[in-house]
Ligand binder design. Structure first.
Ligand code: HEC
Length: 498
């Protein structure tokens, strides 16, 4: 589990759970509330249907000043009606009993009691019949009815009777003209509230239904929740696993990178040591072969002198090659530190030409120098720019057997472009590509290194470091044109102070 929370996915899952749980709980509670409200509305509509019917029937009885029915064991004369107005005997001896509205409601209640679940009665303040006295709930309803200026709204409540929920419902009974037939001395004005018709109904079935529906909605929500969590869980665990895999892959990649850096470092150190080790004996070879060829150790035959001369120049070439390799490995290891200074473009040209002139003369080549475009100054690493140009010139001289090698400058606002041109053997497309490839790939192909010296690769890398670029245009047998474009200001160099 701790592993999971080490990942962002783990936290996302936690977030989903934190948001989803309250939403589900809220949903469940509101649906429970609305289910209970719905059941209460249903119970109320049933209660009001009963009451409305009884009120209408009762009014009919009132309008007929009570109804006369044949006496029966359960229909006896009402002692609250005046003497002589309660019962009659017809000519054929049938006993009739007068049923006033309140009595009619009592008889209805007896019928309803047989069905079970509902009971009704008439109530009012100062009752003629003490049994009609209101209970606490009815008293409050009556008070509210009496206080209401318009036709009062029915009263209702769900009350607890010995642990059983009951619905209580009451409507106001207004005093009407017909009521005066019996309520002769009544002080209540017509239209005012005289009493109430009160109904009590078992609420248990509705409450049970509501509870049942709520339980089902809870189950549904729980099922939905479980489904949602299962989905989130599956998706989450998939994400967590793929994230873990990604982390592992990253870690091993970082390790591999570190290992590579270590190896590159070791290579540079090795090359440094090796070149030092190689240069010491080479310098002896160069030195002593020089002494020999000068005849300082005794006279040599012309053939011997020629051979010693070859040893001497081969040694010099080897030292140059070793220096190049060392340089390249330094560039690769990012150990070259550029040193920017302000200098005139023309001075670069002078410095380069001084160095390469003897080489050109040695090869019997014409050296064309056009300093016309060498205008303005540069703020860059002068030594490295010169190194690039010397490399380019030396390369051209080396691969040109006849004709000329030329260097010229094209001035620009932000850049200076040096162009080195020769009439040499030229480069094939593959050889040109070689210059822009990494060092080992080219070095392995001996056929290419013959034409594309390490010097060109160093030049290309240095051009990049200086924020410039090196381009070649060439075709085998048609000479080459090298274009070295370098910005006047070394990128990220401190601002020039004028
Ligand atoms: C036929 C005579 C008669 C008529 C008509 C009549 N009543 Fe009554 N009423 C009685 C008698 C008698 C009682 C009391 C005895 C009883 O409970 O039956 C009573 C009781 C009541 C009660 C119960 C409170 C109490 O005083 O006991 C109310 C409320 C009431 N009547 C309202 C009315 C209204 C409103 C009307 C007109 C729509 C009306 N009555 C018409 C005879 C009548």
């Amino acid at each position: 589990m701790r592993g999971i929370f080490a990942t962002t996915t783990g936290w996302m899952i936690l977030l989903v759970v934190i948001t989803v749980v309250p939403v589900l709980a809220w949903n469940a509670s509101t649906s429970a509330e609305s289910i209970h409200a719905e059941q209460e509305r249903l119970a109320l509509s049933i209660a009001s249907a009963y009451v409305d019917e009884i009120v209408v029937a009762r009014r009919w009885v009132s309008e007929h000043a009570g109804v006369w029915v044949v006496a029966a064991p359960d229909v006896e004369p009402n002692p609250y009606l005046p003497e002589g107005e309660r019962e009659l005997e017809t000519a054929d001896g049938t006993r009739l009993v007068r049923v006033n509205p309140a009595y009619f409601v009592r008889l209805t209640d007896e019928l309803l009691a047989r069905e079970g679940g509902v009971s009704v009665r008439v109530t009012g303040f100062d009752p003629l019949n003490p049994h009609n006295a209101p209970d606490e709930w009815e008293r409050q309803a009556l008070e509210r009815f009496a206080a209401s200026p318009d036709e009062p709204e029915p009263a209702h409540a769900i009350v607890d009777r010995d642990g059983v929920p009951m619905l209580r419902y009451a409507v106001a009974l207004a005093h009407e003209e017909s009521c005066r037939q019996c309520h002769v001395d009544d002080v209540t004005a017509v239209g005012d509230v005289r009493g109430a018709l009160s109904l009590t109904m078992a609420y248990e079935p509705f409450a049970a239904t509501a509870d049942d529906l709520t339980r089902r909605s809870w189950l549904r929500i729980l099922a939905l929740g479980a489904l949602a969590f299962a989905l989130v869980g599956i998706l989450g665990s998939m994400l967590v696993r793929s994230e873990a895999r990604l982390r592992a892959a990253n870690a091993s990649l970082e390790e591999a990178n570190a290992e590579l850096a270590r190896q590159s470092e070791a290579k540079t150190q090795f090359l440094g040591t090796m070149s030092h080790e190689l240069r010491t004996p080479l310098n002896s070879i160069i030195g002593f072969s020089g002494i020999l060829s000068m005849g300082m150790a005794g006279d040599l035959t012309p053939e011997q002198r020629k051979q010693v001369g070859i040893i001497n120049s081969a040694g010099k070439q080897l030292v140059a090659l070793i220096n190049d390799i060392l340089d390249l490995s330094k560039i690769e290891a990012g150990r070259i530190v550029l040193v920017a200074e302000e200098f005139a473009a023309a001075t670069v040209l002078d410095g380069v030409v001084d160095i390469v002139r003897p080489l050109a003369e040695e090869r019997g080549l014409e050296l064309r120098v056009s300093s016309a475009g060498a205008e303005g100054t540069l703020y860059s690493d002068r030594r490295r720019i010169e190194q690039v140009l010397i490399n380019l010139m030396a390369n051209s001289i080396k691969h040109t057997d006849s004709g000329y090698v030329a260097i010229s400058v094209v001035p620009g606002v932000d850049v200076v472009t040096f162009v080195v041109e020769d009439t040499g053997v030229g480069l094939s497309a593959a050889e040109i590509e070689g210059i822009f490839k990494e060092f080992p790939a080219v070095a392995m192909d001996s056929r290419q290194t013959r034409a594309v010296g390490i010097g060109l690769m160093i030049s290309r890398t240095l051009a990049d470091l200086l924020g410039g670029e090196l381009m070649v245009e060439s075709e085998p047998g048609c000479g080459s044109v090298f274009t070295f474009r370098v910005p006047r200001r070394l990128p990220e160099a401190p601002p020039q102070e004028d």
